[in-house]
Structures are given as C-alpha cells and as structure tokens.
Write a protein that binds this ligand. Sequence first.
Ligand code: MIC
Ligand code: SF4
Length: 742
Amino acid sequence: MGERVEKARELLNRPLTLAEKILYSHLWDGNPSTVFQRGKDYVDFAPDRVACQDATAQMALLQFMHAGKPKVAVPTTVHCDHLIQAKVGAEADLKRANETSNEVFDFLESVSNKYGIGFWKPGAGIIHQVVLENYAFPGGMMIGTDSHTVNAGGLGMVAIGVGGADAVDVMAGMPWELKFPKLIGVKLTGKLSGWTAPKDVILKVADILTVKGGTGAIIEYFGEGATAMSCTGKGTICNMGAEVGATTSTFGYDASMDRYLRATDREDVADAALAVKEHLTADPEAYQNPEKYFDQVIEIDLNTLEPHLNGPFTPDLATPISMMGEAAKENDWPINVQVGLIGSCTNSSYEDISRAASLAKQVADKKLKMQSQFTITPGSEQVRYTIERDGFIDTFDQVGATVFANACGPCIGMWDRYGDKAADGPRNTIVHSFNRNFAKRADGNPNTLAFVGSPELVTAVAIAGRLDFNPMTDKLINEDGEEVMLDEPRGYELPPEGFAVEDAGYVEPMEDGSGVEVIVSPDSQRLQLLAPFEPIKPDSLKGMKLLIKAFGKCTTDHISMAGPWLRYRGHLDNIANNTLIGAVNAFNQKTNFVKNQLTGEYGAVPDTQRAYKAEGIKTIVVGDHNYGEGSSREHAAMQPRHLGVAAVLVKSFARIHETNLKKQGMLGLTFANESDYDLIQEDDTFNFVDIEDFAPGKPLTIEVEHADGSKDTIMANHSYNDAQINWFKEGSALNVIKKENA
Ligand code: MIC
Ligand code: SF4
C-alpha cells in the first residue's frame, strides 16, 4: 500500500485524502499511472473482499453459477439475515424461518460450499455487523450486495454497496468498475456528550445533504470529534451514508479502530494497521485545508449538536428533538408512540445497547413504566451473547421488551405486526434506530409513520410514549405521582469483560467443493435458475408504450417491495409480480393502477406489463429524481427487464440502481431537459430514433407521439461507456462474461 500511495502522491503532486489513498491503492492495474477525474472517469478496481446477504445473494449466486468459474476469486461471505420474520421473539422466529426458508438457506449453503464462500447461518447476525466484527480492516476495499455495506467505513475501509452482477465480476476474478467518486469532507469539531450520539451526526448530515446530496461521492469524516468517537459509532455514521446516496463514507484510522480490532480478536490486523498507520488516514494537509482537497466541505460542531428524529417517510427530514412538539402539531403526526425499536445493522453495538440499557434500567429505579412497546434486534450473535452475559437482556426483559432474532426483521418489513391486515393498518407512530423509513418499510402498513433516532433517544421516547418527549428538559410522572427526569445515558465503548460467544454461526466452505451438487427443483416457488436475457433489438425500441410515469419518490422499495416479497428473491418470475406496485401513477395518484393502452382498461402494473409482453411490445418507465434510491437489490432492474421493459427515463438516478439497469442490458436514461417529464402523457408511444448510434457521451433522441397525433422530440442523456454499451448490445453484462469464458 505504501508504494502505491507514494506513487499516487507523486502523480497528483499534492497531499492525499484517505479515500484517494484507498482508491489509488486498489487499482486493477496495480501501481497508479493516471490521474483520474472525479465524477467523470470510469476506473477498474480490485476490491479485497465481497459480502452478500441472503436476499440478494440468491440472484448474485444464480448469476455467478453462469460465470464458468470453479471458485470465487476473492474472499467472499454469505449472510442469512433478511429472511427471518420478527413476530414472537428470537427463538420461535428463528425456528419458523428455518422451516419456511430452508430451501433457500440450503441452496445458499451448498452454493457457498461449492464455490469456496464462507457461510453465516440464519441467526448468526446481520451482514454489516458481522463484517465489522470479523472482516473489515483499515485501508481495505470491499463491495457487498447490500447498500449498507458502507457500514465498514467505520473501520476505515472503502466499502461499497452494489448489485449482484457487480459482485459476480469480482467473484469471477474480473475488475470492478466505478466512476471515480467526488469527495465530500465532513469536519467534526467539538465532542459528543450527554444525549447526543453518533446517529445524530448522520441525521444532521442527511438534513444538510438530503437523500441525493451524496450521490457519486465518498464522504470522509475527520476532526477531533471523529477521533473521539468509538469505532462502532463511526460505523453507524457510515452505515446511514447510504441514505444520502453516498457511494460510501469513511474515517481515518485512529486509536478507536485499534481498540475495536483488538477487542474483536484481531491483534494481527491491529498490529499490521499500526505499522502503516500514516497510509490509513489522509495526509495532514488535507484535513488542515479541506477546501483544497474535497469537492465540498461540511462542518458540524458536536458541542452544540442536538439529538434528532428524522422522518416520517424519508430519512432526511430532520427535526431536532426540542422542536418536535411544534413540528408534530404542524404536520399532524400522531404524538403517541406505539413502538420503539432498537438494534439493526446500523445501531446494535455493545456501546449502543449498553447506553440504551442504562435508560431501561431507570424505568424500575425511578418507578416508571415503559409507555410504548419496545423491541431489540441485536446485530450479531456475538453482541447478543455478550449483552446477555452482562445482564442487559435481563434489564430489557424487566421493561417487557421483546428480543428479536439477530436479523433484519422489522427493518425490512419482516415484522408480522398486523397479520394479513397490514395494507390498511391504523395511522400510528413508531420510532426506531434503523436507517430507512420509507412507507410500509417496517410493518407493511402505509399508515405507519416511522421516525429514525439514536438507540438512546428511541429508548427515552418509548419510556415516555411520546414523540415530543425531550429527555433533556422534560419530566415524567412516576407511579408515586412524583416528577422525575431521566439521567443521561451511560455505556461502555467495548465490553469491560471482552466479547464472548458460544456458536457464532459460521460455516467454513470445503477446500475442494467441485463435487458439491447444487439442487434447484424445477417446480420450486422460491428458486428458479436463470435464463440469459435476449438483447433488446433496436427495432423493438420503436412503437414502445408507457408502462408508468412514476410520481415523486420512487425507491427500490416502490419498485420491488421487500417484506412478504422477500420470499421470492430467488425466483425471478414470481417476484416480478410485485414490479412497481408501490410506485405512484402520476396520472391518477394511485399505486398499482395504470392504463393498458391496448385495451384502454386500468389494472395492476405487473399484469399490464405482462399484457404488453404477450404482444411483444416493449415499454418505458418514466420517473422523477433519485429514481431507485435505497436498496442495492438488482431485482428492481431484473424484474422490469424480465417483463419486457426496455428503458427507464428519469430526472436522475440513484447510483446503484443506474448501474443495475446497465448490467441487465437495459437503457437507463435521464431527461436532458428535466421539464420534459411534464410532456409525457398517459397514452404516449415512444420511438428511439437514433439508437443505432448509441455511443458514449452522445444523447439519444426520443420521439414521443401523443394520442392526439401531436409529437414532441426529447433528448435523453446517458452515462454509458463503451463496455456498458456492449452489455446493452449483448443483452446483459453476464452474457458478456459468459462469452469471454466460453
Ligand atoms: C435494505 O436495507 O433495503 C436491504 C433490504 O438491506 C437492501 C438489500 C435488499 O433489498 O436485499 C439494501 O439495502 O441493499
Ligand atoms: Fe438489514 Fe435493515 Fe440493515 Fe438492510 S438496513 S441490512 S434490512 S438491518
């Protein structure tokens, strides 16, 4: 690394940021020889590792099976965490998941075994927490098939969320391509104290940058406030960087990382990092004069930062807790909080749990009663085992809390809160320490307003049962009718007695897995082998119909909902039945209700699309800004592709989704002129007039024929390079790999 960093410094002829050091030392071509333009140049990288979670690994591995390789080329792990539904509590829920999803878990385990992939069993923990505890290391680069892979930035990595097809590139021993990111520097002055937690830093950053402000950029945190913070706190901040669209976030190496590595039994990694520590953080000048080295600089004073709650329905709507009363009144948000949920991949460190437990303990000490329901989802078995040993689970039990399995559960709609009545559930408020709060995300109920906060604040708000409870100023009335205040949360950065675990849940793959047979039953409802996509023929891009013009926010949760649909993540045709059912039709403001131009009738999006497919008619999806925000799930691209959508034309894309569309051989385009969005009408027919000249940097011309016979010609920009245009021509990136390995 030292040699490569030195080369990069010579080449750029200036001090380097940490992000640059990591990027330039992970070039596919080895030593740096070119200066890359940020935000412009596509660059080939060589990541050190890959991580996949069960819900995305199925598609990633189904594709990898076509790559023609006997083994993965870099260390790779699979984590079973998304498919475990939270209902009763850890033990029963895990047992049920093992029954209902055994086919998928068995598939993942046998594919892992065959190709040399480390396998983490259901119940072992959530991918990002397990990665932080076991695999992340300062100065490294990894990719993961989950948008919150960025969590590993807490240990000074450049860790990036990608679609499964990108993971296939790296697992197959090929370069991984990324547009060289822009750099945002966040200087943290002052120090966190009292009720303010690392979560509040990212809630504030989300407020400043909004859900798309980080797109195409790496956020690098520095300053006294950064070094004073725990490593897991840094992880929380990096984790939720996904919510501002950032490619990833990272922190320079410091003593907190050394402590965390040693506490998690990685003395060797800690020593290795210490030996090259100057390469694992920026050159001092970059942090002294950040304006000269970053494209944008944000400064946050931790001394004055207030605890925040962000929401509802979007993670960037930030309200400082002192203003919540007013905001709730103004917006008519239900004040009573039904449930407080802590944990998840974002916030379930020992520090988080111990601080939350210090509040839960006050419930009995101060003769209070927990007013909301309260749940905990530990991030890993190691954390769970340790907090149980140290008495925190007991403390939570005493306030009537439910401990769910070490899994995603309520964070991804795998929360059986309403049985089959979620769709028209009551209007209600919940608070959680997760990262996303899009409509229906936690419990499937569109009328649930979810607010995101630190585990400490979520616990305090749940004790009070009120959204507007400000623990810094407000009193509670206890059983004796006395006024009491909660003491500030206190906890431990790391377990004083060390971490412990009996069975962490890891299964090592066989040395030689060539004899392992992977079985997918042809009549399985959960798994389906993939057939290669046929290239989209230029001819078929004439006479195309509009499938839907999506109005407003259209995240991957709107395009391919999670929750109950997670069960079909390995079966393309089945999961395609949820395609775009959450997107709002701009012409009638309804979801899953679009016009079939062939019959004039209105129907569900997937049905309408299947009708076009049956007639061999290609379609186009039109959308607003930041289309495809949120998850890395490539299903949001593969499903439309499978059903015959050829193009997606929007005001702007979220990074991963745009790449996913390209990888699957589709056209992901942006309006050259944003207001052309308004020209699109319900009965439009589209003709791509110059698709034969598809070339890098050259906008495409689309003729839009309206029902009254009038026409508009609009220009569509794109960011395809030559190789990506080839994916389009060949039908998908995978088709190209197959051809190369044939
Ligand atoms: C999420 O947080 O939305 C998920 C579920 O973890 C997704 C991955 C998926 O859809 O499987 C993500 O963040 O990428
Ligand atoms: Fe799981 Fe939620 Fe984390 Fe995604 S954000 S990995 S669903 S816990």
